[in-house]
Design a protein around this ligand. Sequence first.
Ligand code: ATP
Length: 315
Amino acid sequence: MTEAWGPDDDEPRRHHGPVRVRVPAKINLHLGVGPLRDDGFHELNTVYHAISLFDELTARPGDTLTLTMEGEGAGTLALDESNLIMRAARALAARTRVPAYARLHLRKSIPLAGGLAGGSADAAATLIACDLLWGTGLTREELAEVGAELGSDVPFLLHGGTALGTGHGEAVSPILARPTTWHWVLAIADGGLSTPEVYRKLDDLRAGSWPPKALSGPDELMAALRQRDPEVLGAALGNDLQAAALALRPELADVLKCGSEAGAVAGLVSGSGPTCVFLATDAAHAARVAAGLNSAGVCREAVTARGPMPGARVT
Ligand code: ATP
């Protein structure tokens, strides 16, 4: 239900609410990390893939800006101005010169600091929800510009699907492949890993090696996606952050080994970890791999997921 924001019909329309937005987690099918740049970022070449593990953000009209939450990380995650949801709402309000008034509620399923970009996902959901609630009417490209200031993965999570990320991940272009559903298993760890710490560890591991490691391109992965064969895709998956995540959390090697013994086509650390992700041939195979990981007790929980999924969308 909408109503006129102003008397003029050309003006944006705001929403009475509630506006409910569902947003997926991401994994990286390829994550090539170049050397550290002068601006403190690493040049990335990545293939993002949105999967069916979702957070849900609800926005209602309010007299001020408030945030509540339930689910993963409730009681741990700060709900103050440091939260990416609050920062996203403030950034959109500043850009569009509207008062940042909303009651926001997060139902969180994406584990915290898991290498699945849950915080960026929540920021993307907030931009979509508040844009509709406030009637600010930004295009997806304009929302992506606001999002890129909040986190490198936010533009992709507005977009979803499978996409190439360059720059420090914020420059996103869709990969046009014939529609194929891929089946995944996520081994969710106890506790998280700090993304900046994983990058610092990678820099340490690379220090002294000459010539500096070149940025690995996604060509093999892109070709594998077109073949629609899990074995071919499995052989092309890769993550330059994996060695650093394993150095910080050596027990992840057991998780990867266990997934392989449970019959996964391939396995790797998701982004900066510690979540490990495994490729399966179909839904039944994914369920068997998840059961194998769960019965081995090497992770907090193994769950199945499908991809690609759309980005942040109003439900
Ligand atoms: P990335 O790879 O993008 O760094 P990640 O999946 O490893 O992401 P996130 O769950 O996005 O990690 O969170 C990283 C940190 O961001 C958290 O430890 C937390 O301090 C902070 N944060 C701020 N807002 C949020 C949010 N809404 N959800 C999760 N984390 C948030």
